[in-house]
Design a binder for this molecule. Structure first.
Ligand code: OSB
Ligand code: MG
Length: 385
């Protein structure tokens, strides 16, 4: 039996190089909750809770996650055998609705602890018996909404020159067709371009969204409300462009619903959004059975959260480029060594043969960025504030 022995929560503040704007809000500095986990074998690792500062992407925020971790999720984890991390999601979900990102932080940390105990990489643990683990991830970039099409084109050209293999444009009503048209015109017909609306349209916009069909987007991500699979299905029937769902897919059952309803043809898997790796793996496998491609989305993670996404994206059905940009796209300096890098072919290499996360945290950097800390232990829930 392996148990968690100590979980230390920290909030760090990491300024983005450039503000990141989506349809529902803008981020200039990431407030990130990091967890340091220790098990009863004395092994340690780090994890990241991907919740943002505002409840605009989902209901969770860093502050709700901190509360949920301290009050319900970490205490449940302390009472559980973490030897088989695949079983943890069900344990953490018993009597706790929602709070997927908070659950995921602990659950994924326990997968990393299992990797450390076994002396293998997280990617190997996740790959398990599946064939076709990738040694490198084909990477795309997610470009925030810009003031003008010209500014978006400038960033898209730079992204292509840097080697990114997919360019995602954030769109919103009033910031869509001319922006997409300008980027398509500048990059030419072969560039892999997609748009992400973050739920900013309604079914009344269907005719307007049909205008995007002529730009050859590889997909349109999450045009409608998060809990609206039915209307996504109706919209998909009106569009030639495949829909990809992000916010809507909160667990494997929602993925099954999407497939049955025809509400989308591609899934963006973010392990934080679905409560961790057990659900992410289930979605990956279900999608593979149905011929639905998946790719790994990002939540502007630090190098810690990125290690988890890189490991996940090494699975075989991650067949489209993932939003796993290198550290330098986001930060002046990341919190891990080595930092995450991308080569000129747009590949991020998976540290397949390094035990655990494959990167070390830079303790001095994390201490410098920390604004609050709370240590939780099975003996005394909150040891130090
Ligand atoms: O919808 O994919 C999204 C960031 C914050 C919230 C939602 C989304 C995003 C991104 C960022 O697109 C992608 C990245 O981390 O590079
Ligand atoms: Mg998205």
């Amino acid at each position: 039996m392996t148990r968690l022995d100590r979980v230390a929560l920290r909030e760090i503040r990491l300024p983005l190089k450039e503000p990141f704007r989506i349809s529902s809000g803008v981020v200039t500095e990431r407030r990130i909750c990091l967890l340091e986990l220790r098990d009863t074998d004395g092994q340690t690792t780090w994890a990241e809770c991907v919740a943002g500062e505002q409840p605009n992407y989902s209901a969770e925020t860093i502050d709700t996650a901190w509360l949920a971790l301290r009050e319900w999720i970490v205490p449940r984890a302390f009472d559980s055998d973490i030897g088989d991390p695949a079983r943890l999601y069900a344990v953490l979900s018993r009597g706790v609705c929602g709070h997927n990102m908070a659950k995921a932080a602990v659950e994924m940390g326990c997968w990393a602890l299992a990797a450390v105990r076994e002396g293998v990489s997280l990617a190997r643990v996740l790959g398990g018996t599946r064939e076709g683990t990738r040694a490198a991830i084909v990477t795309g970039i997610s470009l925030g909404i810009q003031a003008t099409p010209a500014e978006l084109v400038e960033r898209a050209l730079r992204a292509r020159a840097d080697g990114f293999r997919k360019i995602k444009l954030k769109i919103a009503p009033g910031m869509d067709v001319p922006f997409v048209a300008a980027v398509r015109e500048a990059l030419g017909p072969d560039a892999a371009i997609m748009a992400d609306a973050n739920s900013s349209y309604t079914p009344a916009d269907a005719a307007h969204l049909q205008a995007l069909d002529r730009y050859g987007l590889i997909m349109i991500e999450q045009p409608l409300a998060r809990d609206d699979l039915l209307r996504h299905a109706a919209l998909q029937r009106l569009l030639a462009t495949p829909l990809c769902l992000d916010e809507s897919i909160t667990d494997v059952d929602r993925a099954a619903d999407m497939i049955e309803l025809g509400a989308g043809r591609i899934i963006n898997i973010k392990p934080g959004r679905v409560g961790g790796f057990a659900q992410a793996l289930a979605i990956h496998d279900l999608a593979a059975q149905h011929g639905i491609p998946v790719w790994c989305g990002g939540m502007l993670e630090s190098g810690v959260g990125r290690a988890y996404n890189v490991a996940l994206a090494s699975l075989p059905n991650f067949s489209l480029p993932s939003d796993l940009s290198p550290s330098s796209r986001y930060w002046e300096r990341d919190v891990v060594t080595p930092e995450w890098t991308m080569d000129a072919d747009g590949l991020v290499h998976v540290p397949l043969d390094v035990p655990g996360l494959g990167v070390a945290v830079d303790m001095d950097r994390i201490d410098y960025l920390t604004v609050r800390r709370q240590v939780l232990s099975p003996r005394a829930r909150a040891v130090a504030a």
